[in-house]
Ligand binder design. Sequence first.
Ligand SMILES: [Ca+2]
Length: 273
Amino acid sequence: MQLTAFIILSLMILACGAGAVVAGESATNSLGMIFVPVPPTQAWFSIYETRVRDFAAFAASGPKLDGTNWNNARYHGVTPVSAGPDDPVVNVSWNDAGAFCVWLTKKEQAEGSLPAGAIYRLPTDAEWSWAAGIGGQEQGATPRAKNAGITNAFPWGSQFPPPPGAGNFADLAALHYFTNWPHIEGYNDGFVTTAPVGSFTPNGLGLYDLAGNAMEWCEDLYDPAHQQRVLRGGAWINCGPKSLLSAYREHTGPERFSVATGFRCVRATGPGN
Ligand SMILES: [Ca+2]
């Protein structure tokens, strides 16, 4: 009986293991960043926001950065933000994020580890919408025109407040630390500022932290009339509901940065659309 039970258990493990392999394609790069496809776009998205450890490898090459204190971020000069290597890097500008992508492309081309024709870059605003589950559903020609146009879709689903484990937002943990902190009533993610990437439930594509943790720079201009770039997904400072909508966009100059601005890379063979 014991042997039979062992064989059945082994078969169950094998079946589960095989299923996990078949469930989705992924690719891991030279920094240990993991990418998955986001159909119908041609871009593969990093499942995580770019980590402090990833950005540190770039910073070691001596780039001139807009962002200061990316490795010693503090809210109002006091409270640590992204203090650990697996937290999302913050205090990075759009320029800095793009420079990281160019550096990583050149690094892996030189090493021969990047598939032919592939580059790293920021996601486009349209690609980010596909990643968040609202691709092709928005009205308007520009990110500005699309901003907050879909009012019942969040990266975790349609309910608000979010279900437990949906992400890292302005929550009860932040309220208890800061006092009088705008927060999501009844929601506790346990993190006052940023959380290590991948701490919460991924979406159906396997992407983590699309909502909350750090805002994510996108490639696009918010509006052709203004030289500002798009940020998506909200951050640890946001309590929604509007600021956490999948369709919500922040926008600011490409040289600006804060303790809430981070980014997510994609790997693709072209500029995107
Ligand atoms: Ca939080």
